[in-house]
Design a binder for this molecule. Structure first.
Ligand code: HEM
Length: 165
């Protein structure tokens, strides 16, 4: 089965058709996609800017990570699930958009950066998280996260923009 045939299968599915034909379903799912984004990337920005030492400098990084981590994980799950639903409803068009693959590629890169951060520093944040100025390697991880997720968001915004031309 080709990618186009797979997209057609999703598009014609009961779920795809229902999302498209219901007046409220698609905008509600898209709204939840953005709310998930606010909880995930929105909170992650606080952490990344703290790691860079340009925001909440007096707040210990470990406090921020411990209190925000559960919320941003829930936000990511909501964003990914609603993203898949949005894709199912618009698959035959979105599958042809290069910006969709750019978005998925940067989601993978940002995900790898997040996992490496968690394995190298996140899980023992209590060892370094009370320092006011953090090591450069941690700052670079915060900067990479900010840049990679920003590209995901811009690419995400371009999808509906390019999709309905
Ligand atoms: C995890 C991080 C993600 C972020 C930060 C993100 C961000 C965004 C943003 C900002 C938009 C534009 C919404 C608008 O302006 O109306 C969008 C739209 C979209 N996203 Fe995501 N997204 C993510 C994951 C996903 C995933 C995993 C998929 C599918 C596999 C996906 C599929 C879509 C689709 C199809 C649209 C366009 C919806 C439309 O046509 O209106 N997203 N995303």
């Amino acid at each position: 089965m080709s990618l186009i045939e797979f997209a057609q299968l999703l598009y014609d599915s009961e779920m795809g058709t229902a999302l498209r034909e219901s007046i409220y379903a698609f905008p509600i799912v898209e709204g939840l996609h953005l709310i998930g984004l606010a909880f995930s990337f929105g909170l992650l920005m606080f952490i990344d800017l703290r790691l860079l030492g340009v925001f909440l400098e007096s707040e210990p990084a470990q406090e921020l990570l411990h209190s925000l981590r559960p919320w941003l994980l829930v936000g990511f799950v909501v964003t990914v699930i609603t993203g898949i639903l949005l894709f199912i409803a618009t698959a035959t068009k979105v599958i042809l958009l290069p910006v969709f693959y750019i978005k998925l590629g940067f989601i993978v890169l940002a995900g790898i950066n997040a996992v490496v951060f968690e394995l190298k520093w996140g899980r023992n944040v209590d060892d370094w998280g009370a320092q006011s100025v953090l090591p450069n390697s941690i700052k670079y991880a915060g900067l990479a996260s900010l840049v990679l997720w920003s590209v995901v968001i811009i690419a995400g915004r371009l999808i509906p923009y390019l999709n309905y031309e």
